[in-house]
Design a protein around this ligand. Structure first.
Ligand code: C5P
Length: 238
């Protein structure tokens, strides 16, 4: 179960990242490196996590012309990340070109194929934000539409709110990977997350991987908090 817990490494220095990885690499399955840490530290932070025995979810949400996304994704895969993501709003041609080129490069060069994920609609976007950019369908239609498009384009799964799991499972079936942030143990603060689920609920609802940051990083004993989340996740398995 611990392999299914991803710690969000939301810090801004190599040293802080390294101390979190040293503290938590036995307690979680993966470390999520986002735009801030990667822009600050670059590939050396990915290498450090791997050298410490951890796995990496590179959360850079690529969205660009197909060739640019494909080439960036090959570089991500070459670094040995276990997971990375692109915006499904980039469209079928972008996603399909990316998948084809990463698969081709992995066969040619022998690196492991990462789990390739799409991001559907950011949970921070309200329906009025979406209307302003011309997306007129409601979020409850857009999320399964984009998840199904990601699946048809060859992606392995999506990152989505746990609240959207049922819609995505209905559209994409049970073999599609769903990674869910916004998870809070019943006793933890919600922080700025609006719609949260507990670890038990998220696993029961069909989440494959849970992304958790502050409930671990702000705990008095972060390693114990991570172990407790893993224990709660185990209770969600039926
Ligand atoms: O601290 P917390 O558990 O809220 O961190 C969740 C992590 O997941 C953060 O890195 C956040 O940026 C990310 N995330 C999210 N909601 C999304 C997508 C990503 O909270 N819809």
């Amino acid at each position: 179960m611990k392999e299914r817990l991803i710690f969000a490494l939301d810090v801004d220095s190599f040293e802080q990242a390294q101390s979190w990885v040293r503290l938590l690499h036995d307690e979680v399955g993966m470390f999520k490196v986002g735009k801030q840490l990667f822009t600050r530290c670059g590939p050396s932070v990915v290498q450090m996590i791997r050298d410490e025995g951890g796995e990496v979810f590179l959360d850079l949400k690529y969205h660009d012309i197909p060739n640019t996304v494909a080439k960036a994704s090959i570089e991500a895969a070459r670094m040995g990340v276990k997971m990375f993501n692109v915006h499904a709003l980039g469209g079928r041609t972008m996603m399909k070109c990316m998948v084809d080129e990463v698969v081709h490069a992995s066969q040619l060069e022998g690196f492991d194929l990462p789990i390739m994920l799409g991001v559907t609609i950011l949970t921070s976007s309200s329906e009025s934000d979406l209307h302003e950019v011309g997306i007129l369908k409601p979020v409850v239609e857009m999320v399964p539409l984009l998840a199904a498009l990601a699946q048809k384009s060859g992606l392995n799964g999506v990152v989505a709110s746990a609240q959207e799991l049922a819609l995505i499972r209905a559209a994409c079936g049970n073999d599609f990977v769903v990674v869910t942030p916004g998870v809070r143990p019943a006793t933890a603060s919600q922080d700025d997350q609006q719609r949260v689920m507990t670890p038990v609920e998220a696993i029961r609802a069909g989440s494959n991987y849970l992304v958790v940051g502050r409930p671990i990083s702000k705990a008095a004993d972060p390693a114990a908090a991570a172990r407790e989340i893993v224990a709660q996740m185990s209770q969600g398995v039926m």
